[in-house]
Design a protein around this ligand. Structure first.
Ligand code: CDP
Length: 219
């Protein structure tokens, strides 16, 4: 039996990893999991009942009973849910509860796909350290804030780019500093800086790396 190939993309907020992941999944016929959705989903559930994302016991309970069912993309993409997600994501019990779901997705991609693309912060380091290809996708904080602001302002017209910038910088710092599964590049990850790249160019660069790995594993 062939072990499904996992492609891991990690990196800071709004670096482009989500879009590149979807393009990779489409191009290679792989399943895709945006693991940030899990942390956002847990955070959203807590916020929607007026709970405190910093309440460790409450966050752990929510993560243990978590399912993607009933989670609406539009609700979880806000800046507020992103900030709360990074608070719950620092909780080791939350991470432990979500780990199995992610590993199962990677080892048994839904729809019987032959591989899986997972994007997040700790995919190449903790969730799937044996991934066949790993990327760490970055871009300057200014460009990331600008990209994210352009997305969010469509639904939150009064949102200021500066507020998005401050939020991203704070969230990156929290994600990189937490003791459990901090955001960092795996030693064997390919760095992909998208600051000056269009999505097409970033995807083309990722594709060259993946094709090179696939070629070598055939030969
Ligand atoms: O889309 P964006 O890059 O803004 O963030 P996201 O991928 O949706 O993740 C939201 C938050 O979830 C992050 O700031 C992290 O705190 C957390 N997260 C994590 O800790 N580990 C992951 N594998 C994915 C997300």
């Amino acid at each position: 039996m062939n072990i499904p190939c996992v492609i891991a993309l990690d990196g800071p907020a709004a670096s482009g990893k989500g879009t590149i992941s979807r393009l990779i999944a489409d191009a290679y016929g792989f399943a895709h999991l945006d693991t940030g959705m899990l942390y956002r989903g847990v955070a959203w559930r807590i916020l929607s009942v007026g709970g405190d994302p910093g309440d460790d016991e409450l966050a752990a309970q929510n993560a243990r009973s978590f399912s993607l069912e009933g989670i609406n993309e539009g609700d979880i993409r806000t800046k507020e849910v992103g900030a709360a997600a990074s608070v719950v994501a620092a909780n080791p019990d939350v991470r432990a509860a979500l780990l199995e779901f992610q590993r199962l997705f990677a080892s048994n991609p839904p729809g019987g796909e032959k591989g899986a693309v997972l994007d997040g912060r700790d995919i190449g380091t903790v969730v799937c350290p044996d991934a066949c290809v790993k990327f760490f996708v970055t871009a300057s904080p200014e460009i990331r804030a600008h990209r994210r602001w352009r997305e969010l302002v469509k639904v939150q017209p009064t949102l200021k780019e500066r507020a998005v910038y401050e939020d991203l910088v704070q969230r990156d710092a929290r994600d990189a500093a937490r003791p459990d599964a901090p955001m960092r590049a795996a030693e064997d990850a390919e760095l992909l800086d998208t600051t000056d790249l269009t999505i097409e160019a970033a995807f083309a660069a990722a594709r060259r790396v993946i094709d090179g790995v696939f070629q070598r594993s055939k030969g």
